[in-house]
Design a protein around this ligand. Structure first.
Ligand code: GMT
Length: 373
């Protein structure tokens, strides 16, 4: 059944935007009409596709508004896209603001269009801590005709924090296997000033507090590995603080700041091990990207990370805040080629369990269910 699907997501760099965009593109390949309703073109939406339409939400800068009313403008845009294109279903990535805006847009349009809402993490694990926002989150979820969470851990946390009676399906994230696959690029290594004997640890994030780059630096500093290099990919509020920390720790010669990157497959491929020591992480898409690229990970046991990385199989899982544990795991992987090869093989095998085909099927079935209901 061909569907007209409205997609609401954050268009900037980040796992939820990547997932929403990749899913939209795969659905378009399957013949569905996909309508992205966002403030700017989602950053991975880089190919022309006849089944994809982008509807820009223009923020009204009218001077009387102290805060431009993005959510109301988005809801209004949703209503006009519903009317113009007769959407069959709206997929909102994040309860706040997107599920709430979807409900409001549907109300404005006066049509009973089903809403599927996907929880990606911070709307529950961070915003869910704010009592002022809880009613909005709950409203967005109760207005949804189906709710999905990207990990079982997030599903459980939503039931505990928001409401125990919600029905939540777990649909794990996926990656585009045509992009995330083992690849060798020695020219890229050279461009980053890396030579054949360098041992490269990579961390990719949006440089927010929750990512605990300070712990990554501490674990890296303790590493007793010759020619160690740390490739820090991304940008965000803590960039200045992390640059200062690198220099205070005397690590300038070992740390490369690669800045914000849209595609990280090549950078993962030139690395020996990936590290993510977050305090909170609903899924950790980059750990899956690393795995599919053949790079073992050392991750914290936060949220859904242990659902992606099995300790000792595709990498290692250490307790949150366990810096010596992270150092030991990184050291083992970097110094033992046999162990590295074993974890790499384990990861490449496991990545198949997050195949895009199966995950896109799961969303497609869910859309069909809510449309028929
Ligand atoms: O990691 C972030 O802070 C960005 C955030 C986002 O909106 O993209 O990521 C969340 O969604 C991703 C896709 O489902 C998950 O892989 C991340 O684990 C999740 N981040 C957090 O839970 C902190």
């Amino acid at each position: 059944m061909k569907l007209r699907i409205g997609v609401l997501c954050y268009p900037s760099v980040g796992g939820s935007g990547i997932l929403a965009t990749e899913l939209g593109m795969k659905l378009a390949d399957r013949g569905h009409d996909v309508h992205f309703i966002t403030s700017s073109i989602p950053f991975r939406l880089n190919a022309y596709h006849p089944n994809i339409t982008f509807h820009q939400v223009e923020i009204n800068q009218y001077s009387v508004f102290r805060y431009p009313p993005y959510d109301i403008t988005l809801a209004s845009k949703i209503a006009s896209v519903i009317e113009a294109f007769g959407l069959d279903v709206i997929h909102a990535h994040y309860a706040v603001p997107h599920a709430v805006c979807a409900a409001l847009g549907r109300e404005m349009a006066g049509r009973k269009i089903p809403i599927v809402s996907t929880l990606h993490g911070t709307d529950i694990t961070v915003l869910g801590e704010d009592e002022e926002l809880k009613p909005a989150i709950l409203y967005g979820l109760r207005q949804s005709n189906a709710i999905t969470a990207v990990s079982d851990s997030l599903r459980r946390e939503t039931l505990e924090r928001i409401a125990p009676d919600l029905t939540i399906n777990v649909i794990h994230n996926f990656i585009d296997e045509s992009v995330y696959k083992p690849q060798a690029d020695s020219a890229l290594r050279e461009r980053y000033g890396l030579n054949a004997t360098d041992r490269v640890v990579i961390h990719v994030s949006n440089f927010r507090q929750v990512k605990r780059i300070d712990l990554v630096l501490e674990a890296f500093k303790l590493l007793n590995v010759p020619n160690k290099k740390l490739l820090l990919v991304g940008d965000g509020p803590l960039m200045g603080a992390m640059r200062r920390l690198v220099s205070e720790m005397g690590l300038e010669q070992n740390v490369i700041f690669a800045g914000k990157q849209e595609q990280v497959a090549e950078l993962l491929s030139i690395s020996d091990v990936h590290v993510l020591l977050s305090d909170k992480e609903a899924f950790g898409l980059v750990a899956l990207e690393a795995m599919a690229t053949g790079v073992p990970s050392v991750v914290s046991d936060a949220g859904g990370l242990p659902e992606v990385i099995t300790d000792g199989v595709e990498g290692y899982v250490v307790a949150r805040g366990d810096v010596p544990g992270a150092t030991a795991a990184l050291e083992a992987i970097l110094l033992d080629p046999e162990l590295h090869a074993k974890l790499r093989a384990g990861g490449l095998k496991r990545a198949g369990q997050f195949a895009s085909h199966d995950i896109v099927n799961a969303y497609e079935h869910l859309y069909e269910q809510v449309v028929h209901r």
